[in-house]
Design a protein around this ligand. Structure first.
Ligand SMILES: Cc1cc2nc3c(=O)[nH]c(=O)nc-3n(C[C@H](O)[C@H](O)[C@H](O)COP(=O)(O)OP(=O)(O)OC[C@H]3O[C@@H](n4cnc5c(N)ncnc54)[C@H](O)[C@@H]3O)c2cc1C
Length: 355
């Protein structure tokens, strides 16, 4: 059966986004084979429809119904090769990220344990260069394979060509809306050493096993972050902001306890959650959208929230943070309108100095 004949109409996306927002897809297809990508894209282009690929929907804010074709990536499969130095693992884009990480640990191939329990799919992991507990996808990914709309063929980019940066990659820039990622290749070194520099991992023994790191990461994440199955959310709503050293010095003179980290290009990174918490916004809500009671960086769907509630809450937080700290918070979550992604500032507007 051709994949086009399986396209459905007017599909409710509430179970395909972790905020649980009730937007609809005009057209909807499940993608199970990379060979079907071209057919789906051709179908959408012929009908002059926009299209969007989603994995687990754990980084999306659906602002309204989608008027084109939503493609849910469900391509599965894992292949392993090895040489003297490393394991080379090719994972299909539709594999569940956490289950994949767990599988590598069970197979005795450590290296991904710090990235345990991040929701979503393997295929989305390079898009925003997922990261947690001192590791980023960029540290372990060697290649990304995708269907390119520019060439109408499968292409491969090396790690360097992916232009990974903090929550960023070429897939959010020049190649935005131009690719469907089908496979990610990981290189995991056989001379593994635990990465224990971050947070609670510092307390682990030097000779800790990868399984123990994995267990600890899972324990910490479960205790800190709400489970989207029970309370709709998309993890960190905002990126940690980068500021100049001068700006940091001025902030530290007013808030000596403010957490900060050195970042690239001489900049400093602030903790967005700390800024929001400092303003007493934990638990603050607008409509059904709320700042989580314990995690200021996480916005949750407390009670049948509408996209407008999240926008209003997001604006309020940005305004408060801007007025107090002179810092502009940028959403990490992707904002999706009827024909595709939009720049958050286009709907949020800039915070107002005078307010
Ligand atoms: C509770 C919770 C905790 C989280 N913790 C973290 C964390 O610690 N670190 C972190 O980095 N993120 C975190 N996130 C965010 C999220 O899990 C990641 O961004 C994840 O990679 C999104 O995967 P997904 O499959 O759900 O992508 P989706 O939300 O479905 O899509 C995200 C973007 O990627 C694009 N995309 C998805 N699949 C493909 C593909 N195959 N080809 C091309 N483009 C594609 C989509 O079009 C969209 O623009 C968290 C989210 C939640 C809900």
């Amino acid at each position: 059966m051709s994949v086009v004949s399986s396209i459905q109409s007017d599909v409710d996306l509430s179970s395909y986004n972790t905020f649980g927002l009730a937007a609809k897809a005009k057209y909807f297809a499940e993608l199970k084979h990379a060979e079907d990508i071209a057919e789906l894209i051709t179908w959408a282009c012929t009908k002059k429809l926009s299209w969007m690929v989603i994995g687990g929907g754990s980084n999306l804010l659906l602002l309204e119904d989608f008027s084109g074709l939503v493609i849910v990536n469900q391509i599965r499969g894992i292949q392993v090769a090895e040489n003297d130095e490393c394991y080379i693992i090719k994972a299909a884009a539709g594999e569940d990220w956490h289950q994949f990480v767990q599988w590598t640990i069970e197979q005795g191939m450590p290296g991904l344990e710090n990235l345990a329990l991040i929701p979503g799919t393997v295929g989305a992991s390079p898009v925003q260069n997922i990261g947690a507990y001192g590791i980023e996808l960029a540290d372990v990914c060697s290649e990304v394979e995708f269907y390119s709309l520019q060439t109408n063929s499968m292409q491969i980019l090396s790690n360097k060509q992916c232009e990974f940066a903090y929550r960023h990659s070429i897939f959010k820039a020049q190649l935005k809306d131009q690719v469907i990622i089908s496979k990610v290749t990981f290189k995991l070194s056989k001379s593994w050493a635990a990465k224990r520099e971050y947070g609670g991992l510092k307390l682990l023994a030097e000779d800790v096993s990868a399984q123990a790191v994995f267990d600890e990461v899972c324990k910490m994440r479960i205790s800190k972050l709400p489970d989207p199955k029970h309370l709709g959310n998309a993890g960190s709503f905002f990126k940690n902001p980068l500021v100049s050293q001068e700006h940091l010095s001025s902030l530290l003179s007013r808030y000596p306890e403010m957490p900060n980290y050195q970042a690239d290009k001489g900049q400093a990174k602030l903790a967005a959650g700390w800024l929001i918490d400092k303003l007493g916004l934990k638990g603050f809500s607008i409509g059904g959208a709320a700042v989580h009671q314990d995690q200021a960086l996480v916005l949750v769907n407390k009670a049948n929230a509408q996209a407008e509630d999240f926008l209003a809450l997001c604006r309020h937080i940005r305004q408060q943070v801007w007025q107090t700290f002179d810092v502009l918070l940028e959403p990490e979550v992707r904002f999706i309108k009827d024909t595709g992604e939009i720049e958050p500032n286009a709907v949020l507007g800039k915070p107002n100095e005078a307010e």
